[in-house]
Ligand binder design. Sequence first.
Ligand SMILES: *Cc1c(COP(=O)(O)O)cnc(C)c1O
Length: 383
Amino acid sequence: MNSFVSSPIALEVMPEKPILLTRPYLPPLEEFLPYLAEIWESGRLTNGGPFHQQFEEQLRQYLGVPYVSLFANGTLALMTALQSLRVTGEVITTPYTFAATTHALLWNGIKPVFVDIRADTCNLDEDLVEAAITPRTTAILPVHCYGNPCASQRLQQIADTYGLKLIYDAAHAFGVSVGGQSLLDHGDLAMLSFHATKVFNTFEGGAIICHDLKLKQRIDYLKNFGFADEVTVVAPGINGKMNEFQAALGLLQLKHVAQAIAARLHIDQRYRQALAQVAGVHCLTISDGVKPNAGYFPLIIGPEYALSRDQLYEVFRSKDIHVRRYFFPLISNLPMYRGIASAAPANLPVATSIANRVLCLPIFPGLDSGTVDRIIEIIRAPV
Ligand SMILES: *Cc1c(COP(=O)(O)O)cnc(C)c1O
């Protein structure tokens, strides 16, 4: 690629670079350099250094939540969240998610029990949860898919009635609130991801949000090998610590994230308005009282549309626009899960149907309006 760039002739014939589903948001480099200089000067690279402490506190305030524990990535946060509540046996979860949700269960020796989703939110269908509870069930693990809030009140009621833990995979829910309350306040614990592709990124990163200081302490032991002090190891912990580079970037990203979400919402609005008129193309609605983050823009392709989902996907691909079939295939269809009884497609008709019809459009700060118009035009007249 670099050899092309060095030749002006080759440059002229180079195809337009592909339009990706998402492009990580990065603040101006010069704003990050002073943070780097401080790390180099102090020699504090990790193990809960000054940036880690500052970021944990500022993130807590930004999100309006009681306790935050930072992690190297979201998957380690989720694995640790399950450990911290001693979740075992069976956990009820959704098949319509990223592989990490259920992989975290398997890494803890827990059996996922798949329950179907609702078509309007793509979230775990709360009305089907009770029927899936067995004597081995210890927790429910829902996902706020695309940042759409789960039916948290009902899920909490079920968890309380049956004595189950409620742990949210909130990897998509940064900055989302409902009725003025952060989604991260729901359940016993919520996990966040700051992966490059997410609304808020620290290259890689993650966090657990909880409501109880003792539980936060336990989580903090678990993410640091179980060390309570120099000579006391209280649990077989893991190394899940966020380093100073990530934490410094997180501090800087906090100054930009409101603006980045505003830019996403602007694109979300353009898509919504333009696509409302296209028959057979359905956008998920944002419920009343929800402050969204526009992390994703999923379209559900119906039978009235001129093309199938996969045909439309190919049209975009041929134009070097990387739309994604997200989430497809369903997690329950992956080889390590499909032997589980609840993974049968007949048990998951809504998730199966949506996975076969969903297409996520590019959305990220910096996606120019000309490209947004081009994407809309392709959907209107896909030839
Ligand atoms: C991104 C993501 C994760 C994993 O987070 P990482 O930070 O990439 O480890 C888990 N669950 C969902 C739903 C995700 O989208």
